[in-house]
Design a protein around this ligand. Structure first.
Ligand code: F6P
Length: 320
């Protein structure tokens, strides 16, 4: 393979730049040209593409967001859009593409691979909701951002004897809520994967913990449940506690990536180039059982990750 393209697609995540850097440098080292594709599949359709060199990726390993910009392209889901993208690949001599994104982005990678442009996907999303991988690029930074924000909220909740209900991102998944919830010692963590009952898992629990002398509470709620306002009202009414809700929102997507995200993104990017340089495409790079591995895209899309219910139970036992 003489020329590859690289794009970031879907929601950005901290560490994507470290992956872009690793792919670019590993490819150039192997004598492969690298084309940066701006704004995901949209850029592949419109030809918003530029050649990268080793210096194009200088000073980006520590930066959040993605220097390649990102987008969610509806046009790419149509056969017409796909054909335009293939045409662009021909014009720029792009023979393979590294796609950094989530499951939605991998579907596009699979479609392109099936039409003769081998693609390798890297799991890049703060949500950690990619079935084939125990880890996704950006998850670690997002958790640490939530922790930093909730530590601040705790200061004020503690000073006012308040209950702080915090909504975290994760789309339909509760991984950010679970891990950040454990790390901040939340009194309750509500996620889409585990059935809950507000009466017992939040209200009665708060009442019981109050009896031991606790006067402020942190409750973490995954956005996918869409219950933050209602839950805040219920807690205020039933416990008579001064209760405030905070939606952390997109602050969770930004910021300088943690060391872990930088190293993992670099390893995954490097692995993608090892595959493409051997002409291997239609793969998704993953982190499974502490190893960097790769799966066929269709297999990857069909894989389901078990939610760590034992961690969830542990959180409830130790946050009293
Ligand atoms: O997938 C990442 C994510 O941040 C989700 O956690 C969230 O539900 C969604 O993207 C928000 O999307 P947007 O940036 O389009 O508002």
């Amino acid at each position: 393979m003489k020329t590859i393209g690289i794009l970031t697609s879907g929601g950005d995540s901290p560490g994507m730049n470290a992956a872009v850097r690793a792919v670019t440098r590993a490819a150039i080292n192997r004598g492969i040209r690298v084309m940066g594709i701006r704004r995901g599949y949209s850029g592949l359709i419109s030809g918003d593409i530029f050649e990268m060199d080793v210096r194009s990726v200088s000073d980006i390993i520590h930066r959040g967001g993605t220097v390649l910009y990102t987008a969610r392209s509806e046009e790419f889901k149509t056969e017409e859009g796909m054909q335009k993208a293939i045409q662009t690949c021909k014009e720029f001599g792009i023979e393979g593409v590294v796609v950094i994104g989530g499951d939605g982005s991998f579907r596009g990678a699979s479609d392109l691979s099936a039409r003769g442009i081998p693609c390798v996907g890297l799991p890049g999303t703060i949500d950690n909701d990619v079935g084939c991988s125990d880890y996704t690029i950006g998850f670690d930074t997002a958790i640490n951002t939530v922790i930093a924000m909730v530590d601040r909220l705790r200061d004020t909740a503690q000073s006012h004897d308040r209950c702080s209900v915090v909504e975290v991102m994760g789309r339909r998944a509760g991984y950010i809520a679970l891990e950040a919830g454990i790390a901040v010692g939340a009194s309750a963590i509500l996620v889409p994967e585990v059935p809950y009952d507000i009466e017992n898992d939040v209200l009665k629990r708060m009442e019981k913990i109050s009896k031991t002398g606790k006067k402020h509470f942190i409750i973490i709620v995954a956005e996918g449940l869409e219950i933050t306002d209602k839950l805040t009202e219920i807690i205020a009414e039933r416990t008579q506690m001064n209760t405030r809700s905070t939606v952390l929102g997109h602050v969770q997507r930004g910021g300088s990536p943690t060391g872990y995200d930088r190293v993992m993104a670099s390893r995954m990017g490097y692995h993608a180039v090892e595959l493409l340089s051997q002409g291997i495409g239609n793969r998704v790079v993953a982190f499974k059982d502490s190893k960097i591995v790769d799966f066929d895209v269709q297999q990857a899309l069909s894989m389901h990750k078990e939610f760590p219910v034992e961690l969830y139970k542990m959180a409830y036992e130790i946050s009293i």
